[in-house]
Design a protein around this ligand. Structure first.
Ligand code: NFS
Ligand code: SF4
Length: 635
């Protein structure tokens, strides 16, 4: 049996794992164990079941070397990878589509959501080439929504609008030469499904190029589009203080947990938790406490200061506290096992989307038109559930750690403007030039149960910041770093290297915070990786160089979801070295894995994948990369 300290570095999680073990409740760690040994063909990516003549599998050491149709390992691996990346892309694009639909309905006056950031709406409209003068906000919102819809579905073969408006010309030229400029998201995702069906594409390189195209669809029609529209509707984040880990749950409160990704629902839940306080008090609670899990947790943290309870691997453990009265989910990263854990302890699981149901959950079909009624109904169910809670079975770990989040690009530039109002990027760029800051790394993505939870995120980032690397984080990585205390000014004092500490202290003081900025800037959810992209594009533009030449890198230390693959592909397509703690299932093809991590992809795009499971070695590798980029720039 695996020991608890091999499962997680999070003390609250360990406490809950002791509890589930004592109670005989299975968790994701037990199920991983039950799956051993995992299928070697699957791990290598050399099984195919794309047609009914299969399933076929390739013997990595000899025969058979081809499937029934004649497809070899290179074809099968590349085809499987393209399908996975298209899967991740489709998740982000569908998410983006939903928020665009909301913007469109706001413009038509059909739903009870407001536009919180008119300034951003105008900025985006201008970038899209729309006339903004003398137009009222709703008209403009309708026009922006229309433009956004075109990026999903236009009927021409022109390049996807959201990409054309925001990608640097140098990249557009590079992608154009490779023939990977996407037309529109729906068409490209459909094409990827077609391309990978039986008897279509057998050329691994052609399949890899199609994979790059999916990465661009994800980056621009998924991530960027979702963030832009969410900022318009819900506001652009500004620095916010909160606490994180399971200790944010409150024994005497009704505890509502929002889990999933799309803020359309979670924002309304947060609002109704505030509005129904009195009903909760009448039911004997001290009030309503709302906490977040996974990326929708990040969305409501960034904009509303809602405390994140835990990240991906902690979702079952939150229920094991016996204190969660209701967990409401939308889509993505939701383990079906939640139902069993809730049944053993307490709490109701509520699903809300037509595409995302779980047997045993209560389903409330959430619609934009009736969002308020449905959110109210869900929060009332939570109050009812609280009444049924057995207080003797409540066990909430004490761990809660203070964090600062909310670092949109606008917020970062706002802080820097306090040092130099005319030229806000200058202080940051000067600090990079003079070596006080060595470079920047974005750590993003998931937990994966194959790793000790949070270990790779935390140890990697400690090394980076100690070596004066500025870290920006999103997704479950940001959660992991928050629980470890790295999203807090104290970490600047205690962990950051001297150069980084001095810069963050100066910015913090100038911005009137009375303390340094944290060494890790929490930039939001996984779709908010687009914020990192925006920041890099702005920095490159300022310096007059290409993004691929900046001393920066990306890392998904513990990747799990197909979305992590599509985000990583986008990052590599942007020209960024992208570290992953674990490779996708491609090792069965030397052609494919070699191309992704070597010269072929790097020479074409400027970026490539870098696989390293050991966080200390990975930090070393990333730091060496930053140094070589500095050298090439003459720094
Ligand atoms: Ni990103 Fe977020 Fe977490 Fe991974 Fe899942 S919640 S969208 S996919 S596991 S970081
Ligand atoms: Fe086998 Fe080819 Fe069918 Fe795949 S497409 S299952 S390799 S016959």
């Amino acid at each position: 049996k695996m020991s608890l300290d091999k499962k997680t570095i999070d003390r609250a999680a360990r406490q809950m794992l002791e509890r589930t073990r004592a109670d005989g409740v299975k968790t994701v760690w037990d199920r991983l164990e039950a799956q051993q040994p995992q299928c070697g063909f699957g791990l290598l990516g050399i099984c195919c079941r794309n047609c009914l003549q299969g399933p076929c599998r390739i013997n990595p050491f000899g025969e058979p070397s081809r499937g029934v149709c004649g497809a070899d390992a290179d074809t099968i691996v590349a085809r499987n990878l393209l399908r996975s990346v298209a899967g991740g892309t489709s998740a982000h694009v569908d998410h983006a589509y939903e928020v665009v639909e909301a913007l469109d309905k706001i413009a038509k006056g059909q739903i009870d959501y407001q536009i919180q950031d008119e300034h951003k709406l105008k900025a985006i409209a201008t970038k899209l080439g729309l006339e903004t003068d003398q137009k009222d906000i709703t008209t403009l919102a309708g026009e922006v929504a229309e433009k956004a819809f075109e990026s999903f579905t236009n009927h021409t073969s022109e390049t996807m609008g959201w990409l054309a408006a925001w990608a640097p010309q140098e990249r557009i030229d590079t992608w154009g030469k490779l023939g990977v400029l996407p037309r529109n998201a729906d068409r490209e995702i459909r094409e990827a499904m077609h391309q990978t069906t039986m008897g279509v594409d057998a050329d691994p390189i052609n399949l890899l190029l199609a994979t790059v195209k999916q990465g661009l669809v994800d980056g621009f029609a998924g991530l960027k589009l979702a963030t832009d529209i969410q900022d318009i509707i819900f506001g652009t984040p500004q620095p916010v203080k909160a606490e994180t880990n399971l200790g944010v749950l409150k024994a005497d409160h009704v505890n509502v947990v929002v889990h999933g990704h799309v803020p359309l629902l979670s924002e309304k839940i947060v609002e109704w938790c505030r509005r129904l306080e009195e009903e909760a008090k009448a039911a004997g609670a001290a009030g309503i406490n709302v906490a977040g899990i996974c990326c929708t947790g990040n969305e409501v943290l960034m904009r509303q200061g809602v405390p994140p309870a835990t990240n991906f691997l902690g979702q079952e453990l939150a229920l094991a506290t016996g204190a969660v009265d209701l967990m409401v989910v939308d889509a993505q990263c939701i383990m079906p096992s939640l139902i069993n854990v809730a049944q053993c302890y307490h709490g109701e699981i509520v699903t809300t989307m037509p595409i995302s149901k779980i047997p045993g959950a209560h389903h409330v079909p959430f619609t934009l038109e009736e969002a308020d009624q449905q959110a109210r109904e869900i929060v009332r169910r939570a109050i009812n559930s609280f009444k049924k809670r057995d207080m003797n079975r409540v066990q909430i770990p004490e761990e809660k750690v203070p964090i600062v989040a909310g670092f949109s690009v606008e917020a970062i530039i706002g802080a820097l403007a306090k040092i130099n109002a005319e030229d806000p990027l200058k202080p940051l760029v000067e600090s990079i030039k003079n070596g006080a800051i060595l470079g920047a790394v974005g750590t993003v993505g998931c937990n994966n149960v194959k790793f000790t939870q949070d270990l790779v995120h935390v140890e990697l980032v400690k090394q980076l910041i100690a070596n004066d690397v500025l870290v920006v984080a999103t997704g479950c990585s940001a959660h992991a770093l928050g629980k470890a205390g790295l999203l807090h000014p104290d970490a600047t004092k205690n962990v950051a290297g001297p150069g980084l500490r001095q810069v963050l202290t100066a910015v913090g003081e100038a911005a009137g915070l009375g303390e340094p900025l944290p060494p890790v800037l929490h930039m939001g959810s996984c779709v908010d990786n687009s914020r990192i992209g925006d920041l890099l594009i702005a920095l490159a533009d300022y310096l007059g160089v290409a993004v691929k030449d900046l001393p920066v890198a990306a890392s998904a230390p513990e990747p799990q979801h197909e979305k992590a693959l599509s985000i990583g592909t986008w990052a590599v397509a942007m020209g960024i070295l992208t570290h992953v703690g674990l490779p996708p299932h491609v090792l069965g093809s030397a052609t494919v894995s070699g191309a992704l991590t070597g010269q072929p992809v790097e020479s074409l795009l400027g970026g490539k994948f870098y696989v390293e499971a050991d966080p200390v070695k990975a930090a070393e590798g990333l730091i060496n990369h930053l140094k070589s980029k500095r050298k090439a720039l003459g720094l």
